[in-house]
Design a binder for this molecule. Structure first.
Ligand SMILES: *Cc1c(COP(=O)(O)O)cnc(C)c1O
Length: 374
């Protein structure tokens, strides 16, 4: 059998799967464009990196730790820290090799071919790709023209046929967040047979914004099946180590997901680093404050250039640049500036830029001004 014939015999949902639009690496851009410095503003990483306490712990691990033993398959130390802080049953917690791993595990656990999934557009790519990989049908509800969640349209879209509702709050890529009232109103319209997957990858950035929901409390009071996701990749500055966690509404749901996941999906170094990071909230607070200041500086600079970024409670801005964003982003690479042009239909003139260091934010504005409009 030829490779072509073999591939044609595989599941249609796999053959038709879109590739994830991952940001470019700094190394690639340095080599390809011959620039000495790269402003990597395409992946919402923390420009301050991991906390000093985490780096010290990793240095110690390299001298006294061992790589010969399998990691703790249940992440016990990290589990008890998080369970205590969130006041949840430790067995409600799930861990993933990044929260993207938990998105994949949730798709494999809860979805079957033909199941309907509702999410928003513009969207976080994996909210669509993983459900599609198991044959689910994804229905996307556009954000409003003013780049806020269209809660009325979401309410109109959900039905007893909906198996899963996926929302990232704050929204990636837009940055806006649903408030407590809107979140309650949405969940009230959801049927008991729908699992609500609430992705709070940017929770730490938004947590003290006015009106930002206590999502755990609201999910609990909904009585629905739900899964809340958070990550160490963004505000904690640990994207390279890959640790995300989830809280499931019921121990039985967590148990099912634990059977689907691979048993050693969080490596030992990542488990330890995440625990140290979780105990160093001062680093998170400082990172969030810096992101907010940088974000508002960038917003003001963009407004002066006639651009109107969406409201953001996160560490990035999303805006319509009024031209083909992929081409503009391509020209900005020549200045060593990486941003994320949006590719979803209807949003091809939009781009998302992460808040970086003060210098990189300025470099972005300079490059944007120089390269736009051609
Ligand atoms: C970044 C991000 C994630 C994934 O983060 P991990 O690095 O896999 O933990 C998940 N959801 C959203 C909305 C994100 O922006």
């Amino acid at each position: 059998m030829s490779v072509t014939a073999f591939i044609e015999s595989l599941r249609a949902e796999v053959r038709g799967l879109p590739a994830y639009n991952a940001g470019l690496s700094g190394e690639f851009v340095r080599a390809r464009y011959g620039v000495s410095h790269v402003a990597k503003l395409g992946s919402n990483e923390n420009p301050r990196g991991a906390s000093a306490a985490v780096l010290a712990h990793l240095a110690e691990f390299t001298t006294t730790g061992t790589l010969a033993l399998y990691p703790d398959p249940s992440c016990s130390a990290l589990r008890s820290l998080i369970a205590e802080r969130l006041a949840v049953d430790p067995e409600q917690l799930l861990f993933g090799n990044g929260s993207e791993d938990l998105l994949a595990i949730a798709a494999h656990t809860f979805l079957a071919p033909g199941d309907e999934v509702i999410t928003v557009i513009p969207s976080f790519g994996l909210h669509i790709i993983y459900p599609q990989s198991v044959g689910a049908k994804v229905v996307t509800v556009p954000m409003r023209a003013d780049f806020e969640f269209d809660v009325d349209a979401l309410i109109a879209a959900v039905s007893p046929r909906t198996r899963m509702l996926i929302v990232s709050n704050p929204s990636n890529p837009v940055g806006c967040a649903m408030d407590a009232t809107e979140m309650r109103r949405l969940l009230n319209a959801v049927s008991p047979g729908t699992l609500v997957l609430w992705d709070e990858a940017y929770f730490e950035y938004a947590a003290d914004e006015d009106g930002y929901p206590d999502s755990l409390a609201i999910l609990r009071e909904s009585g629905l099946p739900w899964l809340l996701l958070r990550t160490f990749s963004k505000a904690y500055g640990l994207a390279a180590l890959r640790v995300g966690y989830g809280v499931a509404s019921a121990l039985e749901l967590a148990d099912l997901m634990n059977r689907v996941r691979t048993p050693f999906n969080i490596n030992q170094i990542a488990q330890q680093a995440a625990a140290v990071a979780f105990n160093d909230q001062a680093h998170v607070v400082a990172s969030v404050e810096a992101a907010r200041a940088g974000r508002e500086w960038m917003r003001a600079a963009l407004v002066r250039l006639g651009i109107n970024p969406a409201r953001s409670c996160a560490n990035f801005l999303f805006f319509d640049c009024g031209e083909d964003a992929t081409k503009l982003a391509g020209r900005m690479l020549e200045d060593g500036v990486i941003v994320k042009p949006w590719r979803e239909a209807g949003y091809e003139t939009c781009m998302r830029v992460s808040v970086g260091s003060t210098a990189d934010n300025a470099l972005f504005i300079e490059s944007f001004e120089r390269r736009r409009g051609r």
